[in-house]
Design a protein around this ligand. Structure first.
Ligand code: ADP
Length: 411
């Protein structure tokens, strides 16, 4: 830092504080001093408690903010002659919200917190002036943030489309050889040499189970692309809901029994039939029940309930709840788990059966449930106190569907 010969501080201060009287400007000038800094010098450090503010007299400085570890710093504004920087931390007694760095040689007027406070208490017009500048700046920063969010949203939307296209291509590419593989395996397992050889029989069983699981994952991938597609129109037909729930539970009951999990279906006798896409409704129920089993330890309980409700805007509908005695979920994940590929904590890396306790999955089940709910004009959500693998507080997932889907979603 090099002290330079005095420049006209009052003229400079007038640029930054337009409403101040000549006397106030002179008082302020007397409490401040002029300094010069070389390029790349940091005047304000984001996050630091610093007690000086600056008015740029000559040169250019950047005001930047750390966005994230990956994205690094982002320049919010450029400050030049007459601009006030670093005053917010003095008013609020909070750490610096941004970094101010000289881009060229900079001459600045500096004032420390104590002198600044003396001035503020003496001059109401200066206080108002600073409030105005600060509000303008907040508004400006809001605009930048909104613009950023809009751009990010566009990029995310685009990436999401690409991701869906990739899933679709990958799933189609996998499905054909998988079908061929399953065909050959079926032929092979009927050979007497294999049928009568317990070791080879077990090996074949393993291959069949693996291929079936892969088939299921590939189908889930295709379901998610279909359901997530913006053009999805559901094929609405009468759905005997009570029967569909019982049937879906039946399909999964063997897996539940293997893990000693009690699967209870409790249905209000007044559970209405609905008009919906039967295969989509069954898929949603399937994923909810499979998850309930997967995230519940052996010996637990899963209860499925259904009852009539009145949805928002007086629409008659039905609510299905799937309650488990499993590991539960912290509130911060309650929304995010419905996103494609979102999994809580570290994804399980080992391949496991679809109902193994905490077995790894593709992270698509709940995205399908949400897609089904939305495409029918319904909704889905979870209630759970917390994640706790000692006391198992459990979770309850809800699926609400209207008796008649909105006209726009069916064909
Ligand atoms: P996957 O089960 O294949 O990981 P899902 O989309 O079905 O994917 O679920 C997303 C995440 O939500 C899971 O990884 C799990 O962390 C959490 N989750 C889903 N259902 C339950 C449940 N019944 N209890 C606790 N956590 C659950």
């Amino acid at each position: 830092m090099i002290e330079t010969q005095p420049i006209d501080k009052t003229v400079l201060l007038h640029l930054a504080f337009k409403g101040l009287t000549e006397r106030e400007l002179q008082e302020m000038a007397a409490l401040s001093h002029i300094s010069m800094y070389p390029p790349e010098y940091t005047l304000c450090h984001e996050g630091a408690h610093e007690e000086v503010f600056y008015v740029i007299a000559d040169g250019i400085a950047t005001i930047s903010k750390n966005i994230s570890e990956q994205d690094g710093e982002r320049i919010l504004r450029i400050a030049s002659k007459g601009d006030l920087v670093g005053e917010m931390a003095l008013i609020q007694n909070v750490p610096r919200s941004a970094t101010v760095r000289t881009l060229t040689n900079c001459t600045v007027l500096e004032m420390d917190k104590k002198s600044f406070e003396t001035m503020l208490s003496r001059s109401p017009s200066m206080a108002i002036n600073i409030i105005r500048t600060t509000l303008d700046r907040i508004r400006e920063n809001d605009q930048i943030a909104i613009q950023d969010l809009q751009n990010t949203n566009k990029v995310l939307h685009h990436l999401d489309r690409n991701k869906l296209e990739f899933i679709q291509v990958a799933a189609h590419e996998l499905r054909t050889p998988l079908t061929v593989l399953k065909g050959y395996v079926n032929v092979l397992s009927s050979f007497p040499e294999i049928k009568n050889n317990p070791v080879l029989g077990e090996v074949m069983d393993g291959i069949i189970k693996g291929a079936d699981r892969m088939h299921e994952v590939v189908n889930t991938m295709l379901d998610v692309t279909r359901i997530d597609s913006e053009t999805l129109k559901i094929r609405s037909a009468p759905v005997p809901l009570k029967g569909v729930i019982t049937e879906t539970a039946q399909i999964i009951s063997k897996a539940a029994a293997e893990r000693n999990i009690e699967l209870i279906v409790e249905q209000d006798p007044n559970t209405p039939n609905i008009n919906a896409d039967p295969s989509l409704v069954q898929k949603a129920l399937y994923h909810l029940i499979v998850n309930a089993i997967k995230y519940t330890p052996d010996g637990g309980k899963v209860t499925i309930n259904s009852y009539p409700i009145i949805m928002d805007i007086d629409t008659p509908g039905v609510e299905i709840s799937v309650k488990d005695t499993g590991i539960g979920l912290d509130a911060e994940h309650h929304e995010l788990i419905f996103e494609k590929f979102y999994q809580v904590g570290e994804a399980t890396v080992h391949s496991s059966g679809k109902t193994t306790f905490k077995g790894g999955g593709p992270g698509l089940g709940l995205a399908i449930v949400r897609g089904v709910a939305r495409s029918h004009g319904g909704k889905t959500w979870v209630e759970s106190l917390r994640h706790d693998e000692t006391n198992f507080p459990g979770s309850t997932f809800y699926l609400q569907l209207p008796i008649d889907p909105p006209a726009s979603s069916s064909k």
